[in-house]
Design a protein around this ligand. Structure first.
Ligand code: ADP
Ligand code: MG
Length: 697
């Protein structure tokens, strides 16, 4: 593909260019209007659209179509139907109707619904999302769709995201009107997710039951060499990995995914891929596809791509940085400081809304990144702490302080700027001194939400960011729309908001223990585990927020909470059972065989010379035997814990899994890892961390 990348880019996407070429003018314009203004499409338009999609897809070798959707499992789902329609007993036609395009009815009884779908109504409905382009993958035309129940409740991750984008746009436009802007019709949240991942050799992977079943290692002694030398970060990419990355890029480009940056990450075998940002809906679709294709392409190179948040203990885990901003359909970035007082006042208002929203909905944002994998990362000195705060950088913070105090602000070139309404200071465009420890960093013209786990869908965090922002903007619009003197009201609003919510700003080192104490003094929440975070999910203020903006009903929220809590316990159960299996059927027998051989060696030596000193072997034997007893006791204790997961209350069960099941897993692991360091390598049943992390030569 290399020679003609620009021709190949998006070649598997039924994008606007293709529509312009293939659809009638009326049909194309109807689609455009639908996307831009939300007007419904007629069935006639859908028919033409479907027919052309089918022809286009068949020209490219596709024979099937599928409604492609994002159920609550966190991965994507598809159900393939062929275009074949019988015309007579001996002839078939290749057909695809508008009705089939617009709506599908997969039997949805096996997707998690959190109790939303009564069993007598097992059907779920998929409905075409005309704002996302259809594409061809593995010989099928994939149609991005939402997925909901018979009565319209969201069963997926796309529906709420779309709802939140709509609502945010509506509220942001209201605010822009107050600044005299009559051109902007839509405001769109823009997202660029940076994706981290590990690559390891498949042969080594296949010999690790834990990786196969759980995606992470449940055992493994610390390797002699880890990430201490920091020689991997941005280091030279190994040829095998480079070949993988190139093929991955090409596959993604064909799907119109703007894969842009690739480099090695901090840990050995860890890498990152960043796309160029896109509207949140497209970014979310693309990130799901990217994760899927990363895994698929790895297989072709006899490698496995690990997307788990913490595949290896003691080595950095993987996250996802969600870069988020707001842009108008006229091309303005609303988080870019402007060059005139009016532009800056607008910037400061949006900034103030964001700061207020994050402060008021800290717990909600924390919930959106709560999953079992992330419990191993957040607050573990490698990812942001579980405390939500915003990094603004020194300069913007100084401006904020000056606004709050009503004092003069002296900029770096010693210009004194008085901060009245008419003379807001020109804010430097790029003040991004990097602070990697902050969960939410302002980076010049966007916010970077850094707490996301590598495996999770970006839908939840962006739905929350959009909705929170919509809420604050709607409050601001309510207040300012009624103001007699807009400028004076604006100034007061910005000042008061910054004053009341400055506790959420923190520019220091988020990994520092002192921050945890300081945050507690400020009254910030610190929800250290998934169970604690999810306990806040149904707080009245969250129910109110989502209800008011039409994103989720209480019922939909409760269903989601239940799915997340259940998932947490299921993961704990699978991991614990895998551990017990590995201990009882592989680790214990291996160590037993090894100690048997040591014992035989002692006996053999003593049979030759009865007074031979065998103290070293004897000490080893004692240590092995004692640890074997601990190993058995640990496995017993873990099984016992699993047998007593509280039934009924889902929150209590998740809490128990965290503090009892996972805690016992940690103890069991410590024993096994100690055994690994003293058992002959030829007996140890699993590839070691060294073999795993350095498996790609
Ligand atoms: P980093 O130094 O963190 O890698 P980059 O500037 O390379 O930062 O950007 C990281 C990601 O942020 C990329 O996916 C990029 O497309 C995205 N990004 C850049 N500008 C914006 C924006 N205005 N809104 C949303 N995402 C953006
Ligand atoms: Mg980044």
């Amino acid at each position: 593909m290399s020679g003609n990348i620009s021709r190949q880019f998006g070649s598997m996407v039924f994008n606007e260019e293709v529509m312009k070429q293939r659809l009638s003018n009326t049909c194309y314009r109807a689609w455009k209007k639908c996307v831009e203004e939300g007007t419904p499409l007629s069935l006639e338009t859908a028919h033409e659209m479907a027919a052309e999609m089918k022809n286009w897809a068949m020209d490219r070798g596709a024979t099937h179509y599928t409604h492609w959707f994002q159920p609550m499992t966190g991965v994507t789902a598809e159900k393939h139907d062929s275009f074949i329609t019988p015309e007579s007993p001996s002839r078939v036609l290749m057909q695809f109707s508008g009705k089939e395009l617009v709506r599908g009815e997969p039997d949805a009884s096996s997707f998690p619904s959190g109790g939303l779908r009564a069993t007598f109504e097992a059907r779920g409905y998929t409905a075409w999302d005309p704002t996302a382009f259809a594409f061809i993958k593995d010989g099928s035309l994939c149609i991005p769709t939402i997925f909901c129940s018979y009565s319209g409740q969201a069963l997926d991750k796309k529906t709420p995201l779309l709802r939140s984008m709509e609502e945010l746009s509506r509220q942001a436009v209201r605010v822009l009107r107050l600044f005299g802007d009559t051109d902007v019709k839509r405001v769109v949240s823009q997202v660029g997710p940076e994706q981290e991942y590990f690559l390891i050799d498949r042969d080594v992977f296949n010999r690790r039951e834990d990786l196969l079943l759980t995606g992470r290692t449940l055992f493994g002694a610390k390797p002699p060499k880890g990430q201490e030398l920091e020689d991997h970060y941005f280091g030279t990419i190994k040829p095998r990995v480079a070949a993988y990355m190139q093929e991955l890029d090409e596959e993604l480009w064909q799907l119109g995914i703007l894969a842009k940056t690739k480099h090695n990450e901090v840990a050995p075998a860890q890498h990152e891929l960043a796309p160029i940002y896109n509207d949140a809906n497209t970014a979310c679709d693309h990130n799901q596809l990217t994760m899927e294709i990363m895994k698929k392409v790895a297989g072709r190179h006899n490698m496995v791509c690990l997307l788990h948040e913490k595949p290896f203990a003691g080595v950095n885990g993987s996250g996802k940085h969600d870069n988020w901003s707001l842009s108008t359909d006229t091309g303005m970035n609303l988080f870019r400081p402007g060059s005139t007082p009016s532009q800056n006042a607008r910037f400061l208002l949006f900034l103030a809304a964001f700061i207020k929203g994050v402060d008021e909905y800290q717990e909600l944002l924390r919930c959106t990144v709560a999953n079992p994998g992330n419990d191993h990362r957040l607050g573990a000195q490698e990812a942001p702490p579980a405390i939500i705060s915003i990094f603004l950088g020194d300069e913007l913070t100084a401006i904020m302080d000056a606004i709050i105090q009503g004092t003069e602000y002296v900029d770096q070139s010693k210009n004194i700027l008085s901060i009245g309404v008419d003379a807001l200071p020109p804010i430097p465009q790029d003040t991004t001194d990097r602070n990697r420890t902050s969960p939410l960093a302002f980076t010049g013209n966007k916010f970077e939400f850094r707490m996301l786990g590598s495996s999770q869908s970006i839908s939840g965090p962006n739905t929350a960011l959009n909705t929170i922002m919509a809420e604050e903007l709607s409050q601001f619009a309510d207040e300012l729309e009624g103001a007699e003197d807009f400028n004076a009201a604006l100034h007061t609003l910005i000042r008061n908001t910054l004053r009341d919510h400055q506790r959420i700003i923190f520019n220091g080192n988020g990994y520092d223990e002192a921050w945890v104490e300081e945050a507690a003094r400020r009254g910030l929440s610190n929800l250290t585990c998934t169970a604690d975070a999810l306990k806040t999910y149904l707080m009245p203020k969250h129910v109110q927020l989502f209800g008011k903006h039409g994103i989720f009903t209480r019922e939909e929220l409760a269903a989601r909470n239940e799915i997340h809590l259940e998932n947490y316990c299921e993961v704990a159960g699978i991991e614990a059972r895998t551990m017990v299996d590995m201990v009882r059927r592989s680790i214990f027998p291996a160590v037993s065989a090894f100690s048997g051989d040591v014992a035989k060696a002692v006996a053999a030596k003593k049979s030759v010379l009865a007074d031979l000193n065998c103290a070293a072997e004897e000490a080893l034997l004692r240590r092995l035997s004692s640890l074997m007893a601990d190993l058995t006791a640990g496995a017993d204790a873990l099984e016992e814990a699993l047998a007593h997961v509280p039934a009924g209350d889902a929150y209590e069960a998740a809490h128990y899994c965290k503090h009892t099941v996972f805690a016992r897993m940690d103890s069991l692991r410590a024993v096994a890892d100690a055994l690994e360091t003293i058992t002959s390598a030829s007996y140890w049943p699993y590839p070691t961390y060294t073999e795993l992390l350095f498996s790609i030569k």
